[in-house]
Design a protein around this ligand. Sequence first.
Ligand SMILES: C[S@@+](CC[C@H](N)C(=O)[O-])C[C@H]1O[C@@H](n2cnc3c(N)ncnc32)[C@H](O)[C@@H]1O
Length: 269
Amino acid sequence: MNRLVPFHLTVVITSAFSDSTESLFHSNPLSRIMTDIFGMIMSDAASGEKAIHEIERDDGYAHESLGSQYTAPFSEWNECEKLASVEVKGKILDIGCGAGRAALHFQEKGHEVVGIDISQAAVDAARQRGVREVHLMSADELDFPEGTFDTVLLFGNNFGVLGEEERIVSMLKDLHRITKPDAVILAATRDAADTDNPKHLAYHETNRSHGIPIGMVKIRLKYKGYIGDWWTLRMVDEEEMSIIAERSGWQLVKTYGPRSLYVGVLKKK
Ligand SMILES: C[S@@+](CC[C@H](N)C(=O)[O-])C[C@H]1O[C@@H](n2cnc3c(N)ncnc32)[C@H](O)[C@@H]1O
């Protein structure tokens, strides 16, 4: 298996949603590499497919996840994101907007919303579903004028979408610049320690032994015979989120939802 040292990943692979089910992963020798596999899933979900895919961790642990969660109406969102929505105000930046689940909802509520995603197919899917402004842009290359946004969404587990802590800090510093003084960031993530699954607990130990945060996971997606590239996702507990926020000019002022899947509310210090 293609392992990138030192990430012997140790935590439950997390979709941001609770309807994922663990399954056995069977490798498919005919699988083809697909660099925009997220886009494929978003595109199919936007066309009404369930888009069931596998999320594989680099230790071989895998579970199934539904792509249709990325087009779910507000009533089917996770409780934490629903609750945190009361904090949304003004002009919104939706980072890693996917098929535009959140962007579309808040646009329909009358907000001006800008979605960005690193996947061209996801950008296309969001546009096709009606999100008015979507850009192909990475979270670590935010190209907007100072003081543009009132609210930043990092929904669907996207607080740690950039993986390494320094990249997350850098993104938060950029967000400090391109948001208004009283802006909020709504950051969805999971506390990886909230599990009693022996496989995950064993991996936590491995991560610890390598000096890696337990919520750092290296994963890839498998869908319709395609395999995506490996990438790293960081999940954080509240204390870690607070430390990362403080390093970036933000502070964690509140959380919504249980630690297994919560939204942290960040405001400027
Ligand atoms: C788990 S999905 C969440 C989608 C959406 N936020 C939601 O909750 O429905 C993650 C999304 O982040 C996008 N993404 C991954 N890395 C990114 C990056 N560096 N910059 C912007 N988007 C990224 C993926 O293409 C994908 O659409």
